[in-house]
Design a protein around this ligand. Structure first.
Ligand code: G3P
Length: 219
C-alpha cells in the first residue's frame, strides 16, 4: 500500500516526506487555486517544485482542457516538467481518448472523478495507470465509497488489469484503513488523516505510565 499526499501545499508535502512515508503527490485545479497558484507559467513552476520534493514519486498534474487536442497539448507540456509527472485526466469521452493516446505514447496517467465501476472499467480498458475513485464524495451522497473500492478491486483482479486503484477524496483516518482492506493500491489524502493514524488514547496513557515509572525508578 502506497501513501500519496493530496495537496499543492509545499510545507505539507515536506512534512509527509520527513515522516518517511511519502510515495507520491496528487493535486487538482481546486488544490492549486487554494495555494494561490495561477497562470500557466506559475502552475508549471509549482509542479516542478512538487516533482522535485517528491523525490521520484509520482506527481499527478491535472489538465483543464475538456477536448482531446487541448488535453493532449497540456499533457505533453506537463510531461516535459519532470519524469515523475503523471497526467491526470477527467472521466469524460475525450478523457478516455486521451488516456489511450498517452498510454500508447508511454506517458503515465491518472483518470480522475471516478464514481462507478463502469467508469473504472472503461479507464482501465483505455490503459490508465491509475484511477481515482472519490470515496468521500460518494459517501456525501449516502452511497458507499469503500464498497466501490471493493467492487473495482475485485473486477480488476478477475480481469487482470494492471491499472492501480488510487483511493481519493479521503476524509478521515478510518477511510485509509478501510481503503487498504478493500484493496486500494494507494491512498491519497491531506496530511491530517495520515497523522490521525498515529493516535490512540491507550498509547498516550501507556507512554505516560512508562515514563513515570522510569522517573520513579531513577530518582
Ligand atoms: O483527490 C481528490 C480530492 O482532492 C477530492 O477531495 O475532499 O474535495 O472530495 P474532496
Amino acid at each position: 500500500m502506497r501513501f500519496f499526499i493530496d495537496t499543492a501545499n509545499l510545507d505539507q508535502i515536506k512534512e509527509a516526506k520527513d515522516l518517511g512515508i511519502l510515495d507520491g503527490v496528487t493535486t487538482n485545479p481546486s488544490l492549486m487555486a487554494k495555494e494561490g497558484i495561477k497562470g500557466k507559467r506559475n502552475i508549471k513552476n509549482h509542479y516542478a517544485k512538487i516533482a522535485e520534493l517528491a523525490d521520484g514519486g509520482d506527481v499527478s498534474a491535472e489538465v483543464i482542457s475538456t477536448d482531446f487536442e487541448g488535453m493532449k497539448k497540456e499533457a505533453h507540456e506537463f510531461a516535459k516538467i519532470a519524469p515523475n509527472i503523471v497526467i491526470k485526466v477527467p472521466m469524460i469521452k475525450d478523457g478516455v481518448k486521451t488516456l489511450r493516446y498517452l498510454s500508447d505514447n508511454g506517458i503515465k496517467t491518472n483518470c480522475t472523478l471516478i464514481f462507478s465501476a463502469g467508469q473504472a472499467l472503461l479507464a482501465a480498458k483505455a490503459g490508465a495507470s491509475y484511477i481515482s475513485p472519490f470515496i468521500g464524495r460518494i459517501d456525501d451522497i449516502t452511497w458507499d465509497g469503500i464498497g466501490l473500492i471493493n467492487q473495482i478491486a475485485e473486477m480488476y483482479a478477475v480481469q487482470m488489469f494492471d491499472t492501480e486503484i488510487l483511493a481519493a477524496s479521503i476524509r478521515n483516518s478510518n477511510h485509509i484503513v478501510q481503503a487498504a482492506i478493500a484493496g486500494a493500491d494507494i491512498v491519497t489524502c491531506p496530511l491530517s488523516p495520515i497523522l490521525g493514524l498515529l493516535k490512540h488514547p491507550l498509547t498516550d496513557i501507556g507512554l505516560e505510565k512508562f515514563l513515570a515509572d522510569h522517573r520513579k525508578g531513577n530518582k
